[in-house]
Structure formats: structure tokens, C-alpha cells
Design a protein. Structure first.
Length: 326
């Protein structure tokens, strides 16, 4: 992993990065699209953890924590989140603090249009004390014989502002959204004379929720087919699958592809009861990384939208309800 990063630092070409993507993207809604901010009337708190390719020694460890809720006086929702993405066991770290606002147009009690914006402060940094270059290695036995190098990056960290936008339409059963991130393509290069712009990320997501009659079954059944597409520079990704729930239990199955190759099958399971929702997913790689021991992801949501007090407010006021999956 270190050798790969050193190549990237010294390559005489313009290189681009790719965003973190959660397999449980519906359990990280404001990260997926800022227009999801405040789709629930009550406050919503979410924690996400992702260990990608667990067999490669903490190659990619990611964390996210978010809060959002609707604010009637602002005609929409506000949200805040922090995201940390640690690569190569902490050799390269990206952190961000994000604020989002979504303006909501309630066209009726059953149909709404949201337009969301996100402003972020992003820091990318390298632990330069762990960098090893060719000149630091003894060619006879591979031991480290020195430190430092003329090829050391000019700076060890970069801090910059970042901006995103999203739109969302939804009813009680359908949702569809569009998002664009890194609108200004900020420069994240660690080398003064070399620019490395963060490429724009485009995204689409859509889904439909089928429900049994809750009043007739003690354990309601729901089925939600959905998909997420992302495009950034030359990288494309499509996640397509479904979530199936009975009572408080749910499970899901997704297929992920980069179009250039099949990537993984995603298996998901979880519990949703009252204001609490917990999810676990495992990415079973079917690409050349099939020996990487897969990817583990956890999510925990506390959604006060489902509390008795909020449900009473929903009945009294004009509010466009979103699918239960959120």
C-alpha cells in the first residue's frame, strides 16, 4: 500500500481520487444526497462504520456521524455531519465537516420536492513520517537505511472548502434523487507545482416501497427495490438490489458493478424497532479482490420521526411523509 501511494506522489501525470461509497447507502442518506436532509419531521441521528477489504490490514477504514431534522421556520431541513476516511492503515486520512440545508416544497400531503445544498470543510493529510522511498531501502536485504527524501511532498496536509447540490422527489412509496458533489473541483495536491483537482461526482438514486396492510398483519411486510449510480472521472459504479422486511427484521441483497468488471454481492441484515434501526452488511467480492476477506459495514440510526410525539404532530399538520425505509 505504501509503495502505491509513493508512486502516486511522484507520478508526472494528473491523478484523481474517488469518493468513499457506503454499501448501506440508504442508511447514510444525507451523505448520499443533501436533499435527504430533513425528510423526516423529527431529529435523526446516524452512525456509520465501514471496513473495506478487511483482509488487507486496515486498508480502508471509514466513519461517519450525522444529524438532521426538519425546521418549519426554514421551510426545510438542516443537517450536520462528520466523515473520516483512513487509508493504508492511517497513512492517508481525509476528514470533513459538513453542513446541509434542503428546501422542501410540499406539493401535497403525498408528494414533495426537495432541493439541497451542502458546504464542507475538508482536510486531506499524509503521515510523512511513515513514507519510505527507493533511496531509503537497502537493495541487498530490503532494510530501511535512511529517512527523508528529495521526493518528499511539499506539504503534509491540505484544507479546502467543498460544495455539493442535490434534488429529490418523493412520495410515501417512491423516491428519486440526483446529486452533484465537488462543484468547484478543489485542488487537493500535496505538491506545489502539480495540480490535482478533486473530480466532480455525479449520482442518481431511486427506489419504490411496497407495503402490506399494516392494520391486518401483526408483522407487516415490505419490499423495496432500489438502485444507486455514481460517476466520478473515469470511475462508474452501480448498486442495484432490494430490501425485504417482516416485522422488525429486514434483509437485503445487492449487486455492485463498475461496468468494467463485476465487483461484489452485498448481503445485508438488520433490525428496525421504534426509533432504533441497526444494520450490518457484508460485501462478498467477486472481482480479482476476492481474496481480500470482503467488506464489513455497520449502521446505527435513532430516528425520532417514529416517536409517538412526532406521529401526533404529523397528524395535526401538513407534512409529506417519506418511505418508511428512511
Amino acid at each position: 500500500m505504501t509503495a502505491i501511494l509513493l508512486f502516486l506522489l511522484n507520478a508526472p501525470i494528473i491523478l484523481v481520487a474517488q469518493d468513499l461509497e457506503f454499501s448501506q447507502f440508504l442508511n447514510a442518506p444525507t451523505y448520499l444526497n443533501p436533499a435527504f436532509t430533513g425528510v423526516n419531521l423529527g431529529p435523526r441521528f446516524i452512525l456509520n462504520y465501514r471496513n473495506q477489504w478487511a483482509g488487507l490490514g486496515n486498508a480502508y477504514i471509514s466513519y461517519a456521524a450525522s444529524y438532521d431534522q426538519q425546521v418549519n421556520d426554514l421551510n426545510g431541513g438542516i443537517g450536520f455531519s462528520v466523515v473520516s476516511d483512513r487509508q493504508a492503515n492511517g497513512l492517508y486520512i481525509g476528514n470533513s465537516i459538513n453542513g446541509s440545508y434542503a428546501y422542501q416544497i410540499n406539493l401535497s400531503r403525498s408528494f414533495a420536492l426537495n432541493a439541497g445544498a451542502q458546504i464542507s470543510v475538508v482536510q486531506k493529510r499524509i503521515d510523512v513520517n511513515r513514507l519510505v522511498f527507493n533511496e531509503n531501502i537497502n537493495p541487498l536485504d530490503g532494510t530501511i537505511i535512511s529517512t527523508g527524501s528529495a521526493d518528499m511532498p511539499d506539504v503534509s496536509s491540505q484544507t479546502f472548502a467543498d460544495f455539493g447540490f442535490g434534488a429529490l422527489i418523493y412520495t410515501r412509496k417512491f423516491f428519486g434523487g440526483f446529486t452533484i458533489k465537488h462543484i468547484t473541483q478543489p485542488d487537493e495536491s500535496f505538491i506545489t507545482l502539480q495540480s490535482s483537482s478533486l473530480p466532480i461526482r455525479w449520482g442518481l438514486n431511486a427506489g419504490f416501497e411496497f407495503h402490506s396492510n399494516k392494520n391486518k398483519l401483526s408483522n407487516p411486510v415490505y419490499f423495496t427495490p432500489n438502485l444507486m449510480f455514481a460517476q466520478q472521472a473515469n470511475f462508474n459504479q452501480l448498486n442495484a438490489g432490494f430490501i425485504f422486511g417482516v416485522g422488525v427484521l429486514y434483509s437485503g441483497f445487492y449487486y455492485r458493478t463498475t461496468f468494467a468488471n463485476a465487483d461484489a454481492f452485498i448481503l445485508m441484515t438488520g433490525i428496525k424497532k421504534g426509533v432504533f434501526k441497526f444494520g450490518y452488511s457484508f460485501d462478498a467480492n467477486i472481482s480479482s479482490l476476492s481474496g481480500s476477506a470482503g467488506t464489513h459495514e455497520l449502521s446505527l440510526m435513532v430516528n425520532l420521526h417514529d416517536s409517538k410525539k412526532i406521529k401526533y404532530k404529523k397528524q395535526r399538520g401538513r407534512f409529506t411523509d417519506c418511505p418508511d425505509i428512511f
